[in-house]
Design a protein around this ligand. Structure first.
Ligand SMILES: O=C(O)c1ccccc1NCC(=O)[C@H](O)[C@H](O)COP(=O)(O)O
Length: 274
């Protein structure tokens, strides 16, 4: 059993418990339920923005504790002030130390697209995502049969939400891509070995149909990597640990984004000189 199998097995029990404790009818009463979303697709593909989806995660299966006591308020506000285009908030408690309240707090303090980062296997979790103020959900191709993934994506769209599908290889991409997705993410981290290889992104970017916003996810730690990922066709970059491992994640994000902007300007200057 790999880590994803373990997480999904846990989610099945979690969803059964939660849905018996908090019925859908109650979730639908949330002030966020009928609110319009802030479009992740629009913010990421805006050329004036950095495309960075800055992630708030306290721990992870691959790294253990990263920053258990970080403040979601200070970090999310700081990320957006630093120039992030969007936020990704881990809501899984068991494996990532997150909670729904983290997303609710991020929503309260920021006007920007927010991705609910969790392991979605059921419509209940999508309704819950909308009720806590998320704009976009993640569907992981390795965790869902293609037909089920499509069903969940369609359901999210029916609630007015956007969908990011994450894949790890060409097979997942070919079998799971469907018309209800908005963004497609290439995860550079193998969920079997936890090894990270940016080559996965470079190999797969050309295979993502152009109607989807292309995101590179995981293991990004250098601003110059973003420049080359952008040059190969990525518009979005999901970055978590590199910021969160700092005692001041928002400061790390600020430094990273400043350096990225300088590199982009220098790269643009070189292109114009040619
Ligand atoms: O991060 C993990 O250890 C992990 C393990 C199993 C499933 C998912 C996992 N991570 C979720 C993510 O996709 C990352 O948090 C996200 O892409 C950011 O990655 P990073 O910048 O490397 O923190």
């Amino acid at each position: 059993m790999n880590i994803l199998d373990k997480i999904i097995a846990f989610k099945k029990t979690e969803v059964a418990e939660k849905s018996s404790l908090v019925p859908v009818k109650l979730l639908e009463k949330s002030i966020y339920f009928d609110s319009d979303i802030v479009s992740m697709k629009d913010y990421i593909s805006d050329p004036e923005k950095t495309g960075i989806i800055a992630e708030f995660k306290r721990k992870s299966p691959s790294k253990g504790d990263i920053n258990p006591s970080a403040s979601v308020e200070a970090t999310s506000i700081g990320y957006m002030q630093a120039g992030a285009s969007a936020l990704s908030i881990l809501t899984d408690q068991e494996f990532f130390g997150g909670k729904n309240d983290d997303l609710i707090s991020a929503r309260k303090f920021n006007f920007c697209p927010i991705l609910r980062k969790d392991f979605i296997i059921d419509e209940y979790q999508i309704i819950e995502a909308k009720s806590i103020g998320a704009d976009c959900i993640l569907l992981i191709a390795a965790a869902l049969e293609p037909a089920r993934l499509k069903e969940l994506a369609k359901f999210a769209k029916s609630l007015g939400m956007e969908v990011l599908m994450e894949v790890h290889d060409e097979e997942e991409l070919a079998s799971s891509v469907n018309e209800f997705l908005d963004l497609v993410g290439i995860n550079n981290r193998s969920l079997k070995t936890f090894d990270v290889s940016l080559q996965t992104s470079y190999d797969l970017v050309g295979k993502i149909p152009n109607e989807f916003v292309k995101i590179s996810e995981s293991g990004i730690s250098r601003p110059d990597t973003l420049v080359s990922l952008k040059q190969t066709g990525f518009e979005g970059f999901l970055i978590g640990e590199n910021f969160m491992k700092s005692s001041r994640p928002h400061q790390a994000a600020y430094n990273f984004m400043n350096e990225y902007r300088d590199l982009l300007m220098a790269a643009d200057g070189l292109t114009q000189e040619k």
